[in-house]
Design a protein around this ligand. Structure first.
Ligand SMILES: C[S@@+](CC[C@H](N)C(=O)[O-])C[C@H]1O[C@@H](n2cnc3c(N)ncnc32)[C@H](O)[C@@H]1O
Length: 277
C-alpha cells in the first residue's frame, strides 16, 4: 500500500533528526523501495507497521537500519578524476614541501561510503609522495552508515567496482585477486582508518587536517546544515589546507569562511585568511 502523507512526514522528520538528510516531497517511491525489504526482514506485515515502531522507545537496530537504508552510497574509484589530478600536480607537492619538517599529512575523507574514495586517496599518496615510507600519512575515513563502513573496511571489490575508475596498472599494483573479485593490498589499507561519524552531530577526536574531501554528501542537507558543517570543517582545517567538495557542491552563498581555488580543471576551496587582530 502506498505511504500516506502523514507516514511520509513522520519518516521525513525521523530521518532528518538522525542524519540531517532531507527527504524531499516526491521521494515516497524511494522510501517504499528501500524500506519494504527491511519491513519484510524485521517481520512486519507492511511498511506502515514498521513505521509505527519508530517512536521514542524504538529498537536501536531497527532505527539504525532505517536511517542507513535512506542514505545514497553511490561512489567509484577516482570519481570525477579532476580533484585527483589536482592532488598529483599541485596540492601534494605543495603540502609535502610545507610539512617537510613535520613529515606528517592528515587527510579526512568524510562520507567515505564503501571505501573507493579513501583508497583512491591512499593510492595517490603512495604513487605521488616519494617520501611516503618515512612520513606519517593518515587518512581518516568516516561515514554515518555502519554497514557501509564494514564493507569499506573489508576492502573487497567486484570486477564491476574496479572497472569503474581503477586504472589497470594501479589495479595490478595495489590489489590482489580474491575469488572473482579483488582485495585492497595491506600497504594501502594501512593508510586508512575508518570511523563511524555523523556529520550532523558534534565531532569528536578529529586531529587538525591538511586536506578534507567532503564530496557528494552536502547535497542531501538543508542550507543551514551545510553552513554548520562547513564552519566546522573550517575549524579542523589547517590555515593552508584544502577542501574538496563534489562537482555539484559549493561553499559560495553558504559559508564565507572559504574561497574558491581553481586548480587545472578542478575547483577546490581554501580557508579565507583571518584578519589580524
Ligand atoms: C553519495 S555517497 C558519497 C561517497 C563519496 N564521498 C563520493 O563522492 O564518491 C554519500 C555518503 O554520505 C553518507 N552520509 C549521509 N548522511 C551522512 C551524515 N549525516 N554523516 C555522515 N555521512 C553521511 C552516506 O552514508 C553515503 O555513504
Amino acid at each position: 500500500m502506498p505511504l500516506t502523507a502523514q507516514q511520509f512526514e513522520g519518516l521525513r522528520a525521523f530521518v532528518l533528526e538522525r542524519s540531517a538528510i532531507v527527504l524531499e516531497p516526491g521521494k515516497e517511491y524511494l522510501v517504499e523501495s528501500r524500506l519494504a525489504p527491511l519491513a519484510r526482514e524485521f517481520g512486519y506485515a507492511s511498511l506502515g507497521d514498521l513505521l509505527l515502531q519508530l517512536g521514542p522507545r524504538a529498537n536501536h537496530e531497527l532505527c539504525r537500519r532505517v536511517v542507513e537504508a535512506m542514505t545514497t552510497n553511490e561512489t567509484s574509484f577516482f570519481r570525477d578524476a579532476h580533484p585527483f589530478e589536482a592532488l598529483r600536480t599541485h596540492i601534494l607537492p605543495e603540502l609535502v614541501g610545507r610539512r617537510r619538517h613535520r613529515r606528517r599529512l592528515d587527510i579526512w575523507c568524510a562520507a567515505s561510503s564503501t571505501g573507493q574514495e579513501p583508497y583512491s586517496l591512499a593510492i595517490t599518496l603512495l604513487e605521488h609522495v616519494p617520501e611516503a615510507a618515512r612520513w606519517q600519512l593518515r587518512i581518516v575515513a568516516t561515514d554515518l552508515a555502519e554497514d557501509i563502513l564494514a564493507r569499506a573496511r573489508e576492502g573487497r571489490y567486484s570486477q564491476h567496482d574496479v572497472n569503474r575508475g581503477m586504472p589497470p596498472a594501479l589495479l595490478g599494483k595495489y590489489f590482489q585477486r580474491e575469488g572473482d573479485g579483488y582485495r585492497v593490498r595491506p600497504e594501502v589499507k594501512r593508510l586508512v582508518e575508518f570511523r563511524q561519524m555523523n556529520l550532523a552531530q558534534p565531532w569528536v577526536g578529529l586531529p587538525p587536517m591538511d586536506l578534507v574531501f567532503l564530496r557528494n554528501v552536502l547535497i542531501y542537507f538543508s542550507v543551514a546544515t551545510k553552513k554548520r558543517i562547513l564552519e566546522n570543517v573550517r575549524s579542523v582545517l589547517a590555515e593552508d589546507g584544502y577542501l574538496c567538495l563534489g562537482a555539484a557542491e559549493t561553499t559560495l552563498g553558504v559559508c564565507d569562511a572559504f574561497q574558491r581555488c581553481p586548480i587545472g580543471k578542478a575547483v577546490l576551496y581554501r580557508p579565507v585568511a583571518q584578519p589580524v587582530a
